[in-house]
Design a protein around this ligand. Structure first.
Ligand code: ATP
Ligand code: MG
Length: 177
């Protein structure tokens, strides 16, 4: 997205184009670092230290679309639960930035009745869930959530935005602790 923007600005506003390129250098460095960490099997440090809300707020700030994070009763969970919700929300946010042409996105997290619920809703162009060709994003989301006996659902229609809603059960032992 930002590369496209820089390309477009090049002729019209070279100063702004330079600023965008400067940002991209930082983004590329960070992406490379994340990739190296993941390749070495390193879990996202902020997620490990501070949990879902802080880690997702930090990712939200880097998005090309304004993202609001709302959390209700969300605390700390076992690593597999936090990783699943984190990566599902990130995939959904990637998709919003790539395809939705949205003006806003809301990420909601809620701990309720033995389950951790997550939702990513955008006001963009939407798509036909019946005919779309699923890529790694939507496929990984359902695989991860299935592995924890949770559920995830995509609601979208042309012109009406997209909403991803999922939940994963939180074991009672964790709640007690
Ligand atoms: N928020 C959204 N708004 C509009 N279209 C979307 C949105 N999310 C997904 N899509 C559509 O659903 C398709 C499948 O998404 P998915 O994440 O599974 O694959 P991808 O993004 O195409 O590829 P990958 O995730 O492997 O990079 C996308 O190509 C896009 O057409
Ligand atoms: Mg995707």
């Amino acid at each position: 997205m930002k590369l496209g923007l820089a390309e477009m600005l090049l002729g019209r506003d070279p100063v702004k184009a330079a600023a965008t390129l400067e940002q991209l250098k930082g983004d590329a460095d960070e992406a490379l670092e994340t990739l190296r960490d993941l390749a070495r099997g390193i879990y996202p440090p902020l997620l490990a230290d501070k949990g879902l809300v802080v880690a997702l707020q930090s990712q939200a700030r880097k998005a090309t679309v304004p993202v609001t994070v709302e959390a209700e009763g969300v605390e700390r969970y076992p690593q597999d639960i936090e990783a699943t919700v984190y990566f599902c929300v990130l995939e959904a946010l990637q998709n919003v930035q790539k395809y939705a042409s949205a003006t806003a996105v809301v990420v909601r997290l809620r701990d309720d009745e033995g389950a951790l619920h997550f939702e990513v809703a955008d006001d963009g162009r939407g798509f036909d869930t019946a005919t779309v060709r699923k890529g790694a994003g939507l496929t990984n989301m359902s695989d991860r959530v299935d592995a924890l006996a949770g559920a995830v659902e995509v609601t979208s229609r042309a012109g009406g935005g997209t909403r991803i809603r999922g939940s994963v059960p939180v074991p009672a032992a964790v709640v007690a602790a």
